[in-house]
Structure formats: C-alpha cells, structure tokens
Write a protein that binds this ligand. Structure first.
Ligand code: GAP
Length: 449
C-alpha cells in the first residue's frame, strides 16, 4: 500500500493521543511537539528495541548516560562552536528566515525568482539577503551571574559524551577493540525549518553509538554498520525495503569530523529524507579532546605493541524521526466485511504502544469483575488497556487504529466456561482460550515480549 500523506498521520497522531503540537493553548511553539499517552509508549518501545539490538544482544557494546550540560570546552574541542553552522537568508520584507538549501530543494513548494534568477521569499515574495552563517547550538547560562564564563550549551548531539568518557569506559569495563558505547538522549538544534511534523524539531531524541576500532578496520566496520542498521529498520520497525535507500554523502556535504558518511534514507511523502547517518569519524574527536584536555585518549594495541588512537564508526539515528516513519509505514486502510474502511496501524508487536486490550462485551456489572480480574492477570506482563465503552465493533476499530495487536473479549459465556476470545488485529481471526492458559496463549502470539 502507498504511504499515506502526512496530514493523515498528523491528524491521527493528535486524535488518538500519540503526538500533540506543543503549547497549543498558547498558539503553539514552532517545531516543538509533545508526546501523548500512546506516543510516549511508542517512543519507549522504539528506544528499547534499539537498545536491545545495539547493547543488550551484543557483547561488544556498552551503554552510557552522560550529562547534557557539560564543560563548554567540550564543544570548542569538538569543533561545534566553530563549525556547526547553517547558512541562512532573511527576507527584507517579512523578516522570515530560511535555509537556502531548503528553498532550492523545494521544501517550500514552487519558488519564484527575480529576473536575475535570485530566489524570492516564499512567504511574501520579498527580497532575500545573502546567506549568513548561524550556529545551531542553543546557549544557556549556568549560575546566577550571566557573564561570558557562565555560558553553557545544550547538546546538539549525544556523541561527545561517549568521547569524553572513552578512557573511563575503557578502564572500568576492561574493553578491547573493537567496542562501542551507546546512548539515547535528547539533543537540541536551533533549526529553521518548514513544519514537517516531528521530522525536524528544535528538541529531538537521538540514538547514537560510537564504535571504536583499529584504523585499518574502519572501512569494514563502516560497511557492516550500514547493513546492520538498515536491517534494523526493515526487520524491527517494519519498514518496506522499497522505501529505504543508502546514500553516500558528497564531499562538500560531509560534517567537519567525517571522512565518509552514508545516510539511511526513507521515502517520506515529500521525497527522500535522512533517517540515520552512519559516519566514519576517524580519530578526529579523540585526538581533538586529547589535544584540548591534555589527557591521553589512546589505546594500547597489544598486537602492534604501540599506543594508537582508535577510529570511530558512528551509526546516529533519530528516535523522534523514526516515530514519524513507524506511523507512516504502519498506516493501512482495509475494507471490512461490510465494505466500510478499517484503519489499522500495523505496528510490529514490539513497538505497538498497547499490546493487549481487555474488552468486556457489555458494560453490565455481571461481566465487570471477571474482566477486571483478567486485566489484573495481564498487566504485569504487557502494556494493556481496559475499554468498556461503546459497541464491541467500535472498540475493535479503536484498537486497530492505535495498533493494538491483540484484544481479549470477555462475554457472558465466560461466566460459564472460564474462557475468553483472543482477536488478532491483522487477520481479525478469533480463537477461544481458557483463562488459565491465557497468558501462555498471548505470549505465543507476542514472541519475545
Ligand atoms: N552525532 C552525529 C549526528 O548528530 P546527524 O546526522 O546530525 O548526526 C543524526 O543526526 C540523526 O538525528 C539524523 O539522522 C536524524 O534522524 C536525527 N536528527 C538530526 N537533527 C534532527 C532534528 N532537528 N529533528 C529531528 N531529528 C533530527
């Protein structure tokens, strides 16, 4: 099925409690979003699926949770204060600000040009200034006196936490090359961007891993991580491989630290866009921090009997961007037996916000105690939802639309035979199972959860 348009997903996300525009009661706040009761579960599940693949199921990667506010010298040494800029143009009439590459790439639709071929403002048609460089990092003040010495930065990536803790992890965890350090955390960038839901926001969550290896093995590991990460999107997040591609950066696109980056791109409703970058950061960061801090950040290579500075391969994914993609991919419209549209979010079970819904056939008091007993039986195992309002057909539709893989229906027969019905979201098949065997029957249908 072709991916839906973005408006369909934005509206479902709001209506069903996944993602809300932030501060809506005050008229909103550009490019910021709040995650609602179901969005927070989806986010947690995707983060957990990433952690599972990158840390829990591997011997060569460990986790980290570094402070967000840190010594500003970190950002000087990493090159971010000097080079983490976007060129921006301003409209001389309406004062709106744009990224010239976004204008060229058609992110604001068809653009008008003057008779000398210069782009006009897509908002009011006014004249645009020449591009000027703006640093993307947000600044803040630490302490009570606002002077230059108190300036700190909100992190624009999680990666630096891994580099400045390289020696700590190496010695405390007795690691040998190759090994990785992984972290998921919020990052901040002062992005000027056309509103495209959670694709590009001021505050977003990243899932990054720095994989330290011998310099001569870096090309091999780079290729390995590109394949591995693409596989994660298809096998775990459920993305159709036809809507994924790998694109190597042109030299002029490369970040200041990269000797080569390949993006895993997704075909969004508006065209191809980055989902994850897999970069060969070489020894850039470890050497930069070693120079700036005066600390030795080398590794003793027993094979070579020498100290070396490892190279780093970095798969850097966007958690919040993956949420948009997971919803776009899961969205399906089918005809039900009456010929009506049935909207289903066909999330893989591992990322579905609610795994099992408990639905008493009627709201009557006679069914409630048994239905509540079943709810109590299931909730220690999975994220569940109890719903007794409206007709059973409507409740099934509601669960389909939020992507709940399984519903358990409690009916009047249950009171006689101590059995319930499990209904499958995708096939809509129903099977009757005894309550004593319910947890096992559900576990069989939710493997690994
Ligand atoms: N440490 C490397 C790094 O940060 P990046 O390509 O700038 O690399 C990695 O970011 C991922 O983070 C991107 O592929 C994207 O998924 C996500 N990302 C970056 N900027 C974002 C933004 N403003 N809003 C949402 N996600 C963003």
């Amino acid at each position: 099925m072709p991916a839906p348009d973005l408006d369909t997903i934005v509206s479902l996300a709001k209506r069903r409690g996944f993602v809300f525009p932030s501060a809506e009661i005050y008229g909103g706040f550009a490019n910021t979003y709040d995650y609602g009761p179901l969005g927070v579960e989806l986010k947690r599940n995707i983060r957990e699926a990433w952690w599972r693949a990158m840390v829990r199921e591997r011997d060569d990667v460990v986790g980290l949770d570094a402070a967000m506010l840190t010594n500003p010298q970190v950002w000087v040494a990493s090159g971010h204060t000097e080079t983490f800029h976007d060129p921006l143009v301003d409209c001389r009439e309406c004062r709106r600000r744009f990224r010239p590459d976004h204008l060229e790439e058609g992110e604001y639709g068809e653009i008008a040009r003057d008779d000398q071929g210069r782009i006009r403002c897509p908002n009011c048609g006014g004249e645009l200034t020449e591009p000027r460089l703006f640093n993307l990092m947000f600044q803040t003040q630490v302490g009570t006196v606002a002077d230059e010495g108190s300036t700190a930065y909100l992190p624009p990536e999680t990666a630096q936490g891994m580099f400045i803790n390289f020696e700590n992890v190496l010695s405390s965890m007795r690691r040998k090359l190759p090994f990785g350090i992984a972290q998921t955390r919020v990052s901040f960038r002062n992005e000027i961007t056309p509103g495209r839901f959670v694709f590009r926001t001021l505050e977003f969550e990243q899932m990054e891993m720095e994989y330290f290896c011998r310099p001569d093995t870096a090309p091999e590991w780079h290729a390995y991580w590109i394949t591995e990460r693409e596989r994660w999107y298809t096998d775990v997040i459920g993305i159709d491989p036809a809507r994924l591609r790998i694109r190597a950066h042109e030299t002029e696109e490369l970040s200041h630290y990269s000797a080569g980056t390949s993006d895993i791109e997704y075909e969004f409703p508006w065209g191809w866009g980055e989902l994850e970058g897999v970069a060969n950061r070489t020894d850039y960061d470890l050497k930069a921090h070693s120079r700036a801090s005066g600390q030795d950040l080398t590794y003793f290579d027993e094979e070579a009997n020498a100290h070396i500075t490892p190279y780093v391969i970095e798969p850097a994914a966007g958690l919040t961007r993956t949420i948009a993609v997971a919803m776009l991919e899961a969205y399906t419209v089918e005809q039900d037996e009456k010929g009506d549209d049935r909207v289903v979010l066909k999330f893989p079970s591992a990322i579905a916000p609610i795994k099992v819904a408990i639905l008493p056939l009627s709201k009557k008091d006679t069914l409630a105690p048994t239905a509540h007993r079943i709810h109590q039986l299931l909730r220690p195992h999975w994220m569940t939802q109890y719903d007794e309002t409206q007709s059973i057909g409507r409740r099934y539709r509601r669960q389909d639309e939020i992507g709940t893989p399984l519903c358990v229906t409690v009916d009047f027969e249950t009171l006689e035979d101590e059995a319930v019905t499990i209904r499958d979201r995708d096939s809509q098949a129903q099977v009757r199972v005894p309550i004593v065997g319910l947890v096992d029957a559900l576990r069989e249908r939710l493997p690994g959860l």
